[in-house]
Design a protein around this ligand. Structure first.
Ligand SMILES: NC(=O)c1ccc[n+]([C@@H]2O[C@H](COP(=O)([O-])OP(=O)(O)OC[C@H]3O[C@@H](n4cnc5c(N)ncnc54)[C@H](O)[C@@H]3O)[C@@H](O)[C@H]2O)c1
Length: 355
């Protein structure tokens, strides 16, 4: 698909969900690329996981901002707060919006549904309304591989049916894609949804398997391996996700009219995933080897006695596998970092951060 080229330099950019994991890394990339312009990070600093990690990432952003020609402003607040969004949009006149703020996590949505509706549905609706009232060049937003639910056909393609979510989290992400489509059609807002596949890396999310497993193993506790290890995940290294988001930001779906004279919705959705799903047991073996290499665990660590094979959890799916062909065709990029390389960087960071 042809794209409308967008120059990011000297622009006003809103990144919600920074200093979350992906948001913070995106802002760091923008600060290193932009010579001029303004980047606003908006985050409610939720305590879903240790907010100290978000403060740490914010420190990295503040340091990077000192050496960047672009300005960075952090605003603590919620995308569910419509008046705050209106104020920010009218003050900063955003050219590009990247909505990464969300309540993440599949299992947490079973116990805490309210916050998913507040942040992922109401919050995203507020973002769409703000883009409707203050036209932007491009709205990019996070969807998720979880929209594929228990689909059997692999790899998962953006042309596949995604009507059967198996968690509330997945349902909110699919709803975001539907809401974005209607706003793109009605108000000609160029929007691109990105279905991220299990993102990992340094300073990642402690609720995710590789990070939580590392925490448990360092405490001498056992880790639970779901579906008796018969799970495959398409893990995607953070730098690959950021490269993908950065490229997508610079190419918006074009505004065109159809035969009826009305706008064809400038709307796209892409997968961003490693494209090489790993068996969970192989992934854990590599993680353990890298934790030993980084001296986080002793060489003689008895792994076999620290793993417990358990049944599948509600909301989980047995396999995720991204078909990234359209991303490659339209943006000339596909993720390339291997699991060992990515886990090595995670282990080295973990050792430094917690030493
Ligand atoms: N990390 C992954 O593997 C993955 C996979 C698929 C999709 N995603 C999506 O990518 C996005 C970023 O994920 P992440 O891994 O960086 O998660 P994260 O939890 O580190 O970042 C999300 C940030 O959003 C903030 N937030 C939550 N509700 C908010 C609200 N109402 N207003 C303002 N800020 C709010 C949180 O405080 C957090 O800092 C999310 O939308 C997530 O659903 C992530």
């Amino acid at each position: 698909m042809n794209k409308t080229k967008i120059e990011l330099n000297n622009k006003s950019i809103l990144v919600t969900g920074s200093p979350g994991f992906i948001g913070a890394n995106l802002v760091l990339r923008l600060l290193s690329e932009m010579q001029e312009g303004t980047i606003v990070s908006l985050d409610n600093m939720s305590d879903y996981y240790d907010p100290k990690l978000k403060e740490y990432r914010l420190e990295l952003i503040n340091m990077a901002a000192e050496n960047s020609g672009a300005n960075h402003i952090f605003v603590k607040g919620s995308i569910a707060d419509k008046s705050l969004l209106n104020e920010l949009f009218s003050t900063y006149r955003f050219d590009i919006v990247v909505n990464l703020a969300a309540q993440a996590g599949v299992r947490y949505s079973i116990e805490h549904p309210d916050v998913y509706i507040e942040s992922n549905i109401l919050g995203f609706y507020n973002i769409l309304e703000a883009c409707r009232n203050n036209p932007v060049e491009h709205l990019v937003y996070a969807s998720s591989s979880s929209v594929y639910g228990g689909n059997k056909k692999i790899p998962f393609s953006i042309d596949d049916k995604v009507d059967c979510p198996v968690s509330l989290y997945a349902a909110t992400k699919k709803s975001d894609e539907l809401l974005a489509h209607s706003y793109s059609k009605l108000y000609n807002i160029p929007s691109t949804g990105l279905r991220f596949f299990t993102v990992y890396g340094p300073a990642g999310r402690p609720d995710m398997f590789y990070f939580n497993a590392t925490n448990m193993l360092t405490k001498g506790k056992s880790i639970k391996i779901f579906n008796y290890g018969n799970c495959k995940r398409d893990f995607t290294y953070i730098d690959d996700i950021i490269e993908g988001v950065y490229r997508v930001m610079q190419g918006a779906p074009p505004k065109e009219n159809g035969e009826d004279g009305l706008p064809i919705p400038p709307y796209s959705v892409y997968n961003i995933g490693g494209g090489t799903p790993e068996n969970l047991l192989d992934f854990i073996s590599t993680l353990q080897e890298e934790l030993v290499r980084a001296a986080i665990l002793p060489a003689e660590y008895d792994f076999a006695s620290h793993r417990e094979l358990v049944a599948m959890q509600p909301g989980d799916v047995p396999v995720t596998y991204a078909d990234c062909k359209t991303l490659e065709d339209d943006y000339g990029f596909r993720p390339k970092t291997g699991i060992r390389e990515g886990l090595r960087k995670f282990a080295e960071w973990y050792s430094e951060y917690y030493k």
